[in-house]
Write a protein that binds this ligand. Structure first.
Ligand code: NAP
Length: 344
């Protein structure tokens, strides 16, 4: 995560602070004496708010712990054009604010809290949230995932100024139309992003650190057959230019075999080198795969009965706002049925 994304809200006129102000207007403090929650939802992206909406409408009064980035990754996107119901597109921050308001209208409670540890070994489940204990009958984990970062100079400074981690979200922006673009990575994501970007860019360079793609065969073949995609093998981006101009103008490339360096002029840098699920706090407490994604066992229920999962923290394939929202709905329904069966 970039510094901007990982920082707690601290003031200043950015979007996260606006959400923070919204949240603290009616603060919900978490105290030891607090009655046990029926449902605690960890995470406030599309999966979390949709789970909150459905469990709230089921009169379970869910508590949503927003995490350190209220609204999730979508709040860092400018225009979301692929969420159904918004023919003109919708600002990512606005979409998440609307989801929050909709869930709160039916009784969801919001707390600006970060989960530090969980104890799923006994019931009720115990969560330590900013030093305080929250007890819950059920938990829905919707903590999302973060983009893996390159960690090169210029990447953080030029994020949203030509550096992006989502072609589907940003590829159609005017700044990228008919311009040379570069995608970094050699997996399915990079191939998919490169193919998508050929609709907009004049040429799409695909920079990969090896001499063959890791992507599935069909995806790799389709990518390499596209005349608008120019692979650059055995190479790494060592710097994104130009911080002084406050805009992407190109990248510094290094051939990892020959050591040769050159500057490639581009208007956009699309980084697709994988995702990191936000599941560190659950490691060892719940079943995850080798990459840290939570593995649901039965519908959306994890290996711990009463703990459910939804969204990108369990999904390394689709990773769309709408699929996360759908998974949030499914988790809420599973959770509601679980509670009904428990309380019979
Ligand atoms: P991935 O398969 O892990 O590929 C990541 C790529 O980024 C690799 O080529 C890797 O290089 C490169 N990379 C990693 N760290 C790097 C760094 N620091 N600098 C430069 N390059 C770096 O990730 P993914 O493409 O996001 O795919 C994740 C999973 O989702 C996969 O299972 C994939 O099949 C699936 N997926 C499926 C679809 C689809 O079916 N439509 C679409 C997207 C993703 P190396 O090859 O050298 O390791």
């Amino acid at each position: 995560m970039s510094d901007r994304k990982s920082k707690r809200c601290t003031g200043g006129p950015d979007k996260n602070n606006l959400i923070f102000n919204l949240l603290v207007r009616v603060p919900v403090k978490v105290y030891l004496s607090r009655p046990m929650e029926k449902v605690v939802i960890i995470g406030s992206g599309p999966a979390g708010w949709t789970a909150a909406l459905y469990t709230a409408r089921a009169q379970l009064a869910p508590l949503v712990l927003t995490g350190q980035q209220p609204g999730g990754l979508l709040t860092t996107t400018s225009i979301v054009e692929n969420f159904p119901g918004f023919p003109e597109g919708v600002d990512g921050y606005e979409l998440m604010t609307r989801m929050q308001k909709q869930a709160e209208r039916f009784g969801a409670k919001t707390s600006f809290g970060v989960v530090e540890s969980v104890d799923f070994s006994q019931k009720p489940f115990a969560l330590i949230v900013d030093g305080e204990k929250v007890l819950a009958e059920t938990v829905i984990i919707a903590t999302g995932a973060g983009h893996k970062h390159l960690g090169v100079p210029g990447e953080h400074e030029l994020e949203t100024k030509g550096v992006t981690y989502c072609a589907t979200c940003d590829g159609a922006l005017p700044a990228f139309r008919n311009q040379p673009l570069v995608v970094v990575g050699g997996g399915d994501s990079a191939c998919e992003e490169a193919q998508y970007l050929t609709r907009f860019g004049s040429v799409v360079y695909l920079v990969h650190r090896r001499d063959s793609l890791r992507a599935s065969k069909i995806m790799a073949e389709r990518t390499l057959a596209n005349p608008k995609i120019k692979p650059i093998w055995d190479s790494a981006i060592t710097e994104i230019l130009d911080v002084k101009q406050d805009n992407v103008t190109g990248v510094k490339l290094k051939n990892l075999k020959t050591g040769e360096e050159k500057i490639l002029p581009v208007a956009g840098v699309f980084i697709a080198i994988g995702h990191v699920p936000n599941t560190k706090v659950f490691q060892g407490k719940i079943t995850t795969d080798e990459n840290g994604f939570i593995v649901p066992q039965q519908g959306t229920m994890t290996n711990v009965p009463g703990v459910f999962v939804a969204g990108d923290c369990a999904d390394h394939v689709y990773r769309q706002a709408i699929t996360a929202a759908g998974a949030g709905c499914a988790a809420a329904i599973d959770c509601e049925r679980f509670l009904a069966a428990e309380n019979q």
